[in-house]
Design a protein around this ligand. Structure first.
Ligand code: HEC
Ligand code: HEC
Length: 303
């Protein structure tokens, strides 16, 4: 009887979930990875360097370069070294924020302890990616976010692979994408006059992503088109405001008196027309976004 009471007292006194005494497990590590959204990029067949971090199995498998985890040896484990401030290209690629000192030491302890598994994949039950919307459903930023994260952010961020973000265009968050760079990238409601769509479809050069092929899949491109057609909604399904007055520029083929690569723009008395552009020829259109979400050209010229 006395022993049972003693055992109960000890049980009550043991703090639940405290891993200070016992080594952290994959379950704890995975929670940290979720916070920094490592699995948003590191998942599926097109995971960077083939490294998947959505399951313990993937983490143990490592990347094309070999294992990223060496049990008992944090300093030889890229999964540890790449999140530290000494790393040249520090993970998460989208950071800051980067892992805190406590989180980095949790990772270190887990590797030192020999990679204990814990209760298995905690997040396995919660789907990583939202299901693709059907053609009649509403697409939100939640549906398209992974495309930008996986294929665009590595260059279109501060200190990305090509240094400064090209054309000052950052693509790491909803606000950045909507804001655009030197020029607008997305015209809500009008995919044909969204430079971003023209780039991923190869209508405008150079085609994006710049390190392609592979280019985006047809499924991904049509999902991006659907998202923009439906107003480029944020994760709460609120449509983006029309960026009235913003500057745009397109270079492509004149496919009608008022169209470039099949997308219609407005010409009026204020449009300056140079070097007699003709249907079938290459043109440059410079314009501004109207209140209704169209483009009024202030200059049209052949190239
Ligand atoms: C926005 C996408 C993105 C996010 C988020 C991201 N990564 Fe990466 N990761 C990449 C890309 C792209 C590479 C390959 C380029 C490179 O090595 O810098 C990479 C490479 C790595 C490598 C190197 C693998 C090797 O064998 O060389 C490790 C380790 C890694 N990531 C871990 C992480 C961890 C841990 C997190 C979360 C804390 C994370 N990544 C978040 C895109 C991402
Ligand atoms: C390997 C680096 C790299 C990747 C990856 C990349 N880009 Fe780019 N992007 C560039 C560079 C460099 C330019 C400037 C090229 C030019 O116009 O001369 C650019 C230009 C652009 C522009 C034109 C901006 C303007 O105002 O003219 C858009 C839009 C764009 N990228 C979208 C994307 C999208 C969307 C993705 C992902 C699907 C992507 N990029 C992936 C490097 C990259």
């Amino acid at each position: 009887m006395g022993i049972i009471i003693l055992a109960l007292v000890l049980l009550v006194l043991t703090p639940v979930g405290a891993y200070a005494q016992s080594a952290p497990t994959w379950t704890h590590v995975q929670q940290v990875f979720e916070i920094y959204q490592c699995p948003v990029c590191h998942t599926g067949e097109d995971a960077p360097l083939g490294l998947r971090l959505d399951t313990l199995e993937g983490a143990l498998e490592g990347s094309e370069n070999g294992p990223v985890l060496v049990a008992g040896k944090p300093s030889e484990s890229k999964l540890f070294t790449r999140v530290g401030s000494d790393s040249e290209v520090r993970m998460p690629l989208t950071g800051p924020p980067f892992l805190s000192a406590e989180e980095i030491s949790l990772l270190e302890q887990w590797i030192e302890a020999g990679l204990p598994t814990g209760d298995g994949d905690a997040a396995a039950a919660t789907p990583q990616k939202p299901v693709r919307p059907g053609p009649n459903d509403t697409a939100t930023f939640a549906h398209v976010k992974t495309i930008f994260m996986k294929r665009c952010v590595k260059c279109h961020k501060d200190k990305g692979l090509v240094g400064e973000p090209p054309e000052n265009l950052r693509l790491g968050s909803y606000d950045e994408i909507l804001k655009g760079g030197e020029r607008l990238a997305i015209l809500p409601g009008n995919p044909g006059l969204s430079e971003l769509i023209r780039r991923v479809e190869g209508k405008a050069e150079p085609r994006m992503p710049m390190d392609g092929p592979p280019w985006l899949s047809d499924d991904d491109i049509s999902l991006l088109r659907q998202w923009i057609t439906q107003g480029a909604r944020d994760e709460n399904s609120i449509p983006a405001p029309i960026p009235q007055g913003r500057k745009v520029r397109y270079r492509g083929m004149m496919t009608g008196k008022r169209s470039i690569d099949g997308a219609t723009f407005i010409i009026d008395g204020g449009t300056r027309i140079d070097k007699s552009p003709r249907v079938g020829g290459q043109i440059e259109v410079r314009g501004r976004v109207t209140r209704a979400g169209n483009v009024r050209a202030y200059r049209l010229r052949s190239r």
